[in-house]
Each structure stands twice: as C-alpha cells, then as structure tokens.
Write a protein that binds this ligand. Structure first.
Ligand code: AMP
Length: 193
C-alpha cells in the first residue's frame, strides 16, 4: 500500500495536490476537515460540537478525528492506499494513526510537507474564501489563529515522522504541476528506500 501524509499549514495546497495524487495512484482521500464539514452539513451532534471549535480556528479534540479515521480505514480495507490530508495534526494523532495502521499490518510510506510562508498563506486563503464560501477562510484574524494553531500544535508532527526517516519537505510555492512532479519523485524515493 501507498500511505501518504500530506502535511502543511492551511492554504499550502494540500487539497489541490491530493486531487492529483488520487488521480495518479487511486488512493482513498481522508481529509479530516472535509469529514468534519460533512458532519456539520448533516447536522449531527459531532458536527455541531466541531463547528464551534472550527469557527474559532482551533483544533477539535484528538479522539474525535481519530475515531473518524478509524471508521474510514475500516470501511476501505481493499484500497490501494490512503492519502491523509489535514491529519495527523498533533503528535498523539500521529501515534494513534501508526497504531491503527499496525492493526492492518500497514504503515505510513512517507510524509510530504508543503512549505509556504505565512503572508502567502493568508493571501491564498482569503482568495479561496471568496469562492469556497468557507467561513474560516473569510476573516484574516481567524486565518492567523489557524496558522498559529498549526505552528504550535502541528509542526511537531514533522519531527515525529523525520524521527522515523519518513519526512520530505517541498517548496509549496510555484507551478502546481512542477510541485506535483517533485512530490512524485519524493514518493518514488520513499518506495525504493
Ligand atoms: P482543514 O479543512 O484541514 O483546514 O480543517 C478545518 C478545521 O477543522 C480546522 O481548523 C480544525 O478546527 C478542524 N480539523 C480538521 N482536521 C483536524 C484534525 N486532524 N485535528 C483537529 N482538528 C481538525
């Protein structure tokens, strides 16, 4: 199986690159942000609780997102692999993911980190907010809070994977297709190591 963690702050291009990776490798896309937004749209209790936190730009509790990933892995046991997008966002989530994959005798192949500096992120997210209608993309203070949350709680996840020799950083600014080619090269390197 090819199991990728696509890593980077909000607005780094994870969603865009995920689409291209899915088309090439037929991976199942597991975006915890998308899963949470569908819970909100369906009006579930979990969705309502998550919405309050998402509207504040802070992370939802680890056990909520781990539970969602657990059931999606279970539902897709014959998949050729997974792309984890926006997950894991904390070290306990990364540890839980390793433990879940181990129950299927699987593991993460590599983490691909898209590096983009904060001013560019804010600019991209405000633009995305105009067309996506996502409430958390339409307010500069909220965007900064999400990037802050990322810097404090999520950046240590890169160290977790680099400690396992599974970390590849890529410049996330440039042509979408060129970034994609670099990602594919890093995947090939990880598969041959
Ligand atoms: P995203 O679509 O990945 O930018 O996520 C939108 C929001 O959903 C985040 O600001 C968090 O509030 C929440 N969220 C998404 N994924 C996670 C996660 N893995 N852990 C905690 N909160 C998450």
């Amino acid at each position: 199986m090819l199991n990728l963690v696509l890593f980077g702050p909000p607005g780094a291009g994870k969603g865009t690159q995920s689409e291209k990776l899915i088309a090439k490798f037929q991976l199942v896309h597991l975006s915890t942000g998308d899963l949470l937004r569908s819970q909100i749209a369906a009006g579930t209790e979990l969705g309502m609780r998550a919405k309050t936190l998402m509207d504040e730009g802070v992370l939802v509790p680890d056990e909520v997102v781990i539970g969602m990933i657990d059931s999606k892995l279970n539902e897709n046991q014959s998949a050729p692999g997974f792309i984890f997008d926006g997950f894991p966002r904390t070290v306990p989530q990364a540890e839980a993911l390793d433990a879940l994959l181990a129950t299927y005798n699987e593991q993460i192949t590599t983490m691909i980190a898209l590096i983009v500096e904060e001013e560019e992120l804010t600019h991209r997210l405000l633009n995305r907010g105009k067309s996506s209608g996502r409430p958390d993309d339409q307010n500069e203070d909220l965007i900064r809070r999400r990037v802050n949350e990322y810097n404090q709680k999520t950046t240590p996840v890169a160290g977790y994977y680099s400690g396992q020799g599974k970390y590849a950083a890529i410049d996330g600014v440039g042509e979408i297709d060129e970034i994609f080619e670099t990602i594919c090269q890093k995947i090939a390197d990880a598969q041959s190591s």
